[in-house]
Design a protein around this ligand. Structure first.
Ligand SMILES: [Mn+2]
Length: 140
């Protein structure tokens, strides 16, 4: 299993490739606010662990294993954003909060949060009820 830091890199590399078609060391460094030399180091580790292949001219290419975990990490991030949104967390807190919690939940918890998101999506009345409860709590 990748460490939290490896997960951040795989997630960003997956997103960059999805959005731009390629992931350069400088783009990864910008996305994660780290020094390019840290990226180079991590890329070497991810290559060694077979998440990606670093080719001199083609740049970074995710392996099947890297793509599979990359997609899972991006989906997990999106699900947690949806979850925080549904429970009424302020827009301005959502991204940073997800970055803070995403690496520390079991896949069991992620799946159950997925159920909860589905539960709210299936009937808008449920979100309305939650909103009413929150307004009541705020008023107290
Ligand atoms: Mn993330």
């Amino acid at each position: 299993m990748p460490t939290p830091s490896m997960e951040d890199y795989i997630e960003q590399i997956y997103l960059l490739i999805e959005n731009k078609g390629y992931a350069r060391v400088s783009d990864i460094a910008d996305a994660l606010s780290v020094h390019p030399s840290s990226v180079t180091k991590m890329v070497q580790k991810l290559d060694k662990d077979e998440y990606l292949v670093y080719e001199k001219y083609r740049g970074l290419v995710l392996t099947q294993k890297g793509k599979k975990i990359g997609k899972r990490l991006v989906d997990r991030h999106d699900l947690l954003e949806q979850f925080l949104k549904i429970i009424g967390v302020k827009e301005e807190n959502i991204y940073q909060d997800v970055e803070g919690i995403e690496h520390h939940l079991s896949w069991n918890s992620i799946d159950r949060i997925g159920d909860l998101v589905q539960f709210f999506e299936e009937d808008p009345k449920r979100s309305e009820d939650l909103k009413q409860l929150q307004l009541k709590n705020e008023a107290e």
